[in-house]
Design a protein around this ligand. Structure first.
Ligand code: N01
Length: 557
């Protein structure tokens, strides 16, 4: 294979500036990618913008941040010793506990020596002559690697709307996705929170307990189901651990890879009493399993309406002021935006120090020195919390100047929306992989098993390419086009494209409206395995010798 043609000045001055694989991000995905690659004898370096490992769990330190997937599932399974020894304390793990877990993983597997913290990757450029990626960072590194893996996370590029006067505010302001490490004490303050998605719904009840007054600026109400979080029963934990392999194997065969009981019947096939009983049971159980109540909740608007009305009735039962209850009641499709999971969210609106401000028809006009204005009225605030979400799935990738063959940028290439083969790779960008990229099930599944599946597939692919003396691999356009059509077709048969969700990029002005995750777990895993078993069907493998560069395997689509 051709050597990298970099002069000493161009290479990283630090020893070991050339790697088999460069990994961007040290969250769940980057940590396991590093461990896996090292385990098969490859050299890798992880570049991480934060000052610690943990990815989304490093940054999201807002009050109440916790996972909406149960802790016995939201954890790695690649090491049985790890999953046996770690003790989770709550049904749904809090952010500090998950961050402790990830730090434990970094130490336990001695990962830190290959992780460069405080280093943001600014650019990654494919050098066609060398068949290698040149990675440039904010710390001044310029390293080369045969492969580059983007472990940048699906929800890591924060979105702060460009409100008029944003810089004028004299108080303090925070984004939930970039929360101060030392925490924030809102005692005695008038706080405004913008947004009512998952992050806001978790933080509002806790901020309300501290603030002298909390104003919630709501554009679209969200559906939320009580978590019923509690300490994890040691007996339950012991039972799962006694059969962890079976528990994991069974979950992998379930829709979303989550341990959720899915009812196979239509909501419309039940009597109203039977439906009510099912919804009540799900409500009492708590969390995301609510959506498994009936098979057609995301296929039929009529079926979905039954779930929507059930939740609206719960809101009316909980919120004492009928006008506020009505404002909190969504009219959209349940589950079309990510379902939220809460602790005492609706109850919080019964507090005398909480005011709901509806900004659906009259948007926030501007941020002023002392607060913000809606319909000409100024709300005086000491602090503003932006719970305004993320440029999801593509934001963190496109922040990096990624250039593939012919110097073409990923940003240009994806101007009309992301296009990938299996969410793992994109045509024109050889040896570049995405972990849980757009076009893969990712955010519609339990993220950790999905991350592990991608990491293992990528590591196997890298080994395959190298063992057979190839230099590069990239998807064919035909395979990619067919995959993108398939992803769209599957989403198009559901209610998912009917609302303005971040799944569609609809929350970011100017972003192409494309349904980004793939609604096809678990068959997706079989498809990935099948592609690998057929010598990477749908990919082109290229020999290292420049003069003989050629596609060597027949490609069938
Ligand atoms: O962000 P969001 P998030 N004026 O995009 C509003 C995961 N997560 O950080 O709906 C006024 O959901 C916006 O309003 P609208 C989870 O997957 C998981 O809360 O666009 N409002 C919306 O209310 C989740 O889905 C966990 O009309 C504006 C809010 O801001 C994802 O992360 C916890 C506005 C943004 O909600 C993102 O959640 C937290 C404007 N100009 C997050 N612009 C758990 O595991 C935006 N908004 C539990």
């Amino acid at each position: 294979m051709a050597e990298v043609k970099l002069t000493p000045m161009e290479t990283n001055q630090k020893p070991g500036g050339d790697f088999d694989v460069a990994i961007v991000g040290a969250g769940f995905a980057g940590l396991y990618m590093l461990h896996r690659l090292r385990g098969v004898g490859l050299s890798a370096r992880v570049f991480e913008a934060g000052s610690g490992v943990g990815g989304t769990w490093f940054w999201n330190r807002y009050p109440g941040a916790r996972c909406d997937v149960e802790s016995m599932e939201y954890s790695y399974q690649f090491s049985d010793e790890l999953q046996q020894e770690w003790v989770w304390t709550e049904r749904y793990a809090s952010q500090p506990e998950i961050l402790r877990y990830l730090n434990h993983v970094a130490d336990r597997f001695d990962l830190r020596r290959n992780i460069q913290l405080n280093t943001r990757v600014l650019a990654a450029t494919f050098n066609e002559t060398a068949g290698r990626w040149i990675v440039e960072t904010s710390a001044g590194d310029r390293v080369s690697a045969q492969f580059c893996v983007m472990a940048t996370g699906c929800l890591s590029s924060t979105n702060t709307p460009n409100f008029k006067g944003r810089d004028r505010f004299a108080g303090s302001s925070y984004h939930t996705g970039n929360w101060p490490h030392e925490g924030v004490d809102f005692t005695g303050e008038r706080v405004g929170i913008i947004g009512t998605g998952s992050s806001a719904i978790q933080s509002i009840p806790l901020i309300a307990q501290q603030a002298s007054h909390l104003f919630v600026f709501q554009r679209t109400p969200a559906y939320t189901i009580p978590a019923h979080n509690n300490p994890l029963d040691p007996e339950v934990q012991r039972e799962v651990k006694a059969n962890y392999a079976n528990f994991r194997a069974r979950n992998k065969l379930l829709p979303s890879g989550l341990n959720i009981r899915h009812n196979e019947v239509s909501a419309l096939a039940m009597s109203p009493q039977e439906r009510q009983r099912e919804y009540e049971e799900r409500w009492a159980h708590g969390g995301l399993p609510f959506l498994g109540a009936f098979a057609d909740l995301l296929l039929s608007k009529e079926a979905n309406d039954t779930a929507a009305e059930f939740i609206r009735e719960k809101i009316r039962e909980t919120v004492r002021d009928p006008v506020i209850a009505e404002k909190l009641s969504p009219r959209t499709v349940v589950g079309c935006k990510r379902l939220c999971v809460d602790t005492e969210y609706y109850q919080t609106f019964n507090r005398s120090n909480v005011t709901l401000v509806d900004v659906s028809s009259s948007p926030i006009e501007e941020i002023t020195k002392h607060g913000l204005t809606v319909k000409g009225k100024e709300y005086e605030l000491d602090a503003i919390v932006f719970a305004t979400g993320y440029d999801a799935m593509t934001g963190s990738l496109l922040k990096i100047d990624i250039r593939g063959k012919g110097g073409r940028s990923l940003k240009e290439t994806w101007a009309e929306g992301p296009r990938t083969y299996l969410g793992l790779a994109t045509a024109g960008f050889p040896n570049l992989f995405f972990i849980t990229g757009p076009g893969s099930p990712s955010v519609l599944t339990n993220m950790i098993p999905s991350i592990e599946q991608h990491v293992e597939w990528i590591a196997d692919c890298v080994l395959y390419v190298r063992a057979r003396g190839f230099a590069c691999i990239e998807p064919t356009l035909a395979a990619q086009d067919a995959w993108v059509s398939h992803v769209n077709e599957v989403a198009g048969a559901t209610l998912f494209p009917t609302c303005n969700s971040w799944y569609l990029g609809a929350n970011i002005p100017g972003k192409s409206r494309v349904f980004m995750p793939y609604l096809g777990f678990p068959p997706y895993v079989e498809k990935c395995d099948d592609v690998a078993a057929k010598n990477y069907e749908g990919f082109v493998l290229i020999r290292g010798n420049d003069d003989e560069r050629q596609a060597t395997l027949p490609v069938t689509n």
